[in-house]
Write a protein that binds this ligand. Structure first.
Ligand SMILES: *[C@@H]1O[C@H](CO)[C@@H](O)[C@H](O)[C@H]1NC(C)=O
Ligand SMILES: *[C@@H]1O[C@H](CO)[C@@H](O)[C@H](O)[C@H]1NC(C)=O
Length: 346
């Protein structure tokens, strides 16, 4: 079967009554930790990083995060995620709105259906559906999906895409297939814009990182979203949890014709200064305490409740925030340039 049809499974299973014991997956919210110009994976130590990110997870996040020295669970005192042993960090680009007069405003985030958080990211960890052993990440593990410099679509099997959300409910559960697109939606989205980032499910079994932060992991040779027929390439034989980010951008305050350009062109721009949508990306730095993620995977934990894990309330998770390291950018209110980017011609 084609992956697009099989891709129905993950989001279907994640939503309420459709949840099925045969397709368990963890789905939980990680509230906003900080919005900052930092990128310890791609530009470690650099303050500010080239573009603005929204970051969630453990509060040991900082500009450097040297994999040899930075022990996330030991250095963290809290996490903005539901599972309180998860001190990992997760981050993506930030969405901006460009008004008719050429000024920009950061688009606020909202929380996914059925969860409670202050914006942030809904994180999935999806094991194979057929009961196969899945190997949790090792300390120091990190990876990157998407490309902040991309100027064209990524081909027939995208891993980063957008959906124009209906006011309530979800039009379809198919991930990265129609109605999703690699480009940003062209009209008003009553329920905001959702962006989904899907990470690889196969690991080389040796390296916790690679120079491009990608080569140590791979997508399966068939069924990229289908965890029932995952077949890893020989070079990357170890099945790992499928990490997926779901980010909801609340664009509703901008759904006014008079705010959009006269030509009606879609006005949203990623913090990479990308008005097309190709550069959204997701960064992951593993930081689960001890064997907690392995236990959760072995127990096939489902949703955001798991007897194998410690859980905190959304209120506790929302309390975990950190101050910005790079404070020179204006990140609220109307601005003439996206932080770190040159203004586009009007
Ligand atoms: C980042 O955090 C680690 C661990 O707490 C610490 O050793 C390091 O000095 C911090 N780096 C920066 C740039 O703050
Ligand atoms: C630009 O447009 C926005 C939205 O209408 C408005 O709030 C803002 O004040 C305007 N800025 C300038 C400099 O005109």
């Amino acid at each position: 079967m084609h992956w697009k049809a099989l891709a129905l499974a993950p989001l279907l299973a994640a939503h309420g009554s459709a949840q099925s014991a045969s397709m368990p997956m963890m789905r939980f919210s990680c509230s906003k930790l900080v919005i900052d110009r930092l990128d310890p994976l791609v530009t470690p130590g650099q303050v500010p990083s080239p573009h603005l990110h929204q970051i969630v997870g453990g509060d040991s996040f900082n500009a450097t995060m040297d994999p040899a020295a930075h022990d996330l669970p030991a250095a963290s005192t809290c996490t903005s995620c539901t599972f309180s042993e998860d001190f990992s960090n997760y981050w993506t680009a930030v969405l901006y709105f460009r008004a008719r007069n050429g000024t920009y405003r950061r688009v606020p985030q909202s929380v996914s259906e059925g969860l409670r958080a202050d914006g942030g990211i809904t994180v999935y960890y999806i094991p194979p559906y057929d009961g196969k052993k899945v190997t949790a990440f090792k300390p120091g593990f990190r990876m990157l999906v998407g490309d902040a410099t991309r100027t064209a679509p990524s081909g027939s099997d995208p891993k980063v895409c957008h959906r124009c959300m209906p006011k309530t409910g979800d039009a379809s559960h198919v991930n990265c297939a129609s109605p999703d697109s690699q480009t940003l939606p062209t009209g008003f989205c009553e329920g905001g814009i959702r962006s989904v980032i899907t990470f690889p499910t196969c690991w080389d079994g040796k390296n916790t990182d690679s120079p491009d932060h990608r080569s140590h992991v791979a997508y399966p040779v068939s069924g990229s979203f289908d965890r029932s027929t995952d077949k890893c390439p020989a070079s990357h034989p170890v099945l790992i949890p499928q990490v997926m980010f779901e980010v909801m951008w609340d664009t509703t305050q901008f759904n006014h014709k008079e705010l959009w350009s006269e030509s009606g062109e879609q006005p949203f721009v990623w913090s990479t200064n990308d008005p097309h949508g190709y550069t959204q990306h997701g960064d992951y730095v593993f930081g689960w305490k001890g064997d907690s993620l392995q236990r959760a995977m072995d127990a096939r934990c489902n949703g955001d409740v798991c007897s194998a894990l410690k859980v905190q309330t959304p209120e506790e998770a929302m309390k975990c925030t950190i101050p910005r390291t790079y404070v020179n950018d204006e990140i609220d209110g109307w601005v003439t340039e996206i932080p770190g980017q040159m203004a586009m011609a009007a």
